[in-house]
Design a protein around this ligand. Sequence first.
Ligand code: GDP
Length: 225
Amino acid sequence: MNGLASDPVDTPAPHDEDQIEAGRLLFARPCRFFFAAQKLDQLPPTAGPEIALAGRSNVGKSSLLNALTGQAALARVSNTPGRTRQLNFFDLDGRLTLVDMPGYGYAQASKTLKADWQGLMFDFLRGRPTLRRVLLLIDARIETKAIDQAAMDLLDGAAVPFQIVLTKCDAVKPGPLAAKQAEAAALARAHPAGHPRVIATSSETGAGIPELRAELAALASPGEE
Ligand code: GDP
């Protein structure tokens, strides 16, 4: 985890300047909410590459979406507690579609992921050919929950690659944050669908946002220029 040459599972190299710049340029483009789906047969037609954001309720998903796009009120539409569970689609200028999934595990420890993600969510994950990756958000301040691990298992089962993104990292001291990152990387490695790179972010300070943009730029369609 410390990047030693002898480490058999090396940490992925940091993003280089070109990748960071590609991410910056991509997310400088306008992003707009264009679709909400409550049923599988209501999904917008597949077009370009899609990525989805998922995580427990209150993990900081709306804040991250707003920080990524630099649009403060973008994700407000998906942030009303108790709102009908739906998938919200955002178009990043024809290059990438961002899909905001409903938070799971809201306020009920006993609630299973299956109950939250049954039907539409699982069918979407399993059957969406344009879905390139799920960003699985985990709150850096708290212990990783069983329901997050269940989400990883489900993504394995749906054969959808996922990448762990730690949120609220501003609220964690460097030592515990490094430990949390190591723990998340180990979790990702233990899952066939897990991406080895874990991105630590803060929507408050902007930490990790350029890196996450760079990561997503590599999945976006290149466009005309
Ligand atoms: P969602 O339910 O996953 O969409 O979460 P929200 O984006 O609404 O955030 C839930 C709570 O976490 C709010 O009180 C936010 O202010 C707080 N929050 C979100 N992102 C951050 C962050 O980067 N740092 C800190 N310290 N708090 C955050």
